[in-house]
Design a protein around this ligand. Structure first.
Ligand code: PMV
Length: 324
């Protein structure tokens, strides 16, 4: 725990990828996720002589909120920092005669399916817990999930779990267990350049489900089956199998309508340049494609994708999760 006289506090939480099971996880099917080496870092300074909330963010600039926002917070429900303000209000020790200054530094691209908002929520709650009243990790997670649900009410909670506990994990119905990979996986993220709204895509899938009930049920069961086979492939370090399963998973995501032309193009290029497997990671509709590559062709794969005009970001898994 890093906290100085209760006046300055620091917390950091990682981004995530979803290897298997996104969307179907909202309907209680299993998913496999991993935290990766991109992080949001937050410093909060408490100033007893101030009466405002100041947020400095490298990307979104500086924002100022008078303490009176908490009297009618609902008015700010479309504000980008609504979940953050909500977590301040929900902190049981927060008193309205205090000023807080946040400095947010994030290298997690926003709207790219990498869990930037879950990482921000978890790190914020942890920072406030350092400064006001220490709360356990489980409670931090609970409050962060509550805040995430303000952004999209059907959130599975999976993003918050993986950013809190870190590592490679299997998640289903609010519980998780860690998985060990027998071999290091050569994974790449290929950004589509299109930002997405998770809430809108989750709503879109909800509509798809209600007008295609039987079909959705079959697809969800297929996703569960893929995820279960992937657990074994990860344990055995069978990357050929893992790649095939990623391709199978992508077909399901296409069937529920969360792929698009640019994603299809990237997936096509991944096949062309001999990725073992590739799929959407996260909500889709843009965001990033995740590709699994044989370590020996890493460099040529990157070169080829870049020649085609696509950035290729190597992914390192991490195991720390929330640091506070
Ligand atoms: O795109 P992201 O990082 O917000 O991931 C969303 C994952 C979903 O399964 C589509 C939604 C959820 O709450 O699990």
């Amino acid at each position: 725990m890093i906290s100085y006289n209760g006046h300055i506090s620091y917390a950091s939480a990682p981004a995530k990828i979803i290897l298997f099971g996104e969307h179907f996880v909202v309907y209680e099917k299993p998913a496999i996720l991993a935290s990766i080496d991109k992080r949001v870092h937050i410093i909060v300074i408490k100033n007893d002589n101030e009466n405002s909330i100041i947020i400095n963010d490298r990307i979104f600039g500086k924002k100022y909120y008078p303490i009176s926002v908490f009297a009618d917070l609902e008015r700010f429900s479309n504000d980008i920092y609504f979940p953050l303000l909500y977590t301040i209000k929900k902190n049981s020790a927060f008193k309205s005669n205090v000023g807080l200054e946040f400095t947010i530094n994030s290298d997690i691209p926003y709207g790219m399916g990498l869990g930037s908002s879950a990482a921000l929520s978890v790190a914020t709650v942890a920072c406030l817990s350092n400064i006001f009243k220490a709360i356990k990790k489980e409670k931090i997670l609970e409050l962060a999930i509550e805040a995430e649900k303000l952004v999209h009410k059907n959130s599975s909670g999976a993003d918050c779990i993986v950013t809190t506990y870190g590592g490679l994990l299997l998640y289903q119905k609010k519980s998780f267990r860690k998985l060990e990979s027998k071999r290091e996986l050569s994974l790449f993220l290929i950004p589509t350049g299109i930002k997405h709204s998770t809430g809108e895509l989750v709503d879109f899938v909800k509509k798809f489900k209600s007008s295609n009930l039987d079909n959705f049920h079959k697809l969800a069961n297929a996703s569960e089956n893929i995820t279960k086979r992937a657990i074994r492939a990860i344990k055995d370090g069978n990357e050929i199998m893992l790649g095939d399963l990623m391709n199978e998973n992508q077909i399901l995501l296409e069937k529920i309508g969360v792929s698009n032309l640019i994603i299809d193009k990237i997936i096509g290029l991944c096949y062309k340049y001999q990725a073992l497997g590739s799929k959407i990671t996260g909500a889709g509709g843009g965001g990033c494609v995740l590709a699994l590559i044989k370590a020996e062709i890493k460099n040529s794969f990157m070169r080829n994708m870049e020649k085609e005009g696509f950035q290729c970001i190597p992914v390192e898994l991490e195991t720390d999760g929330l640091i506070y």
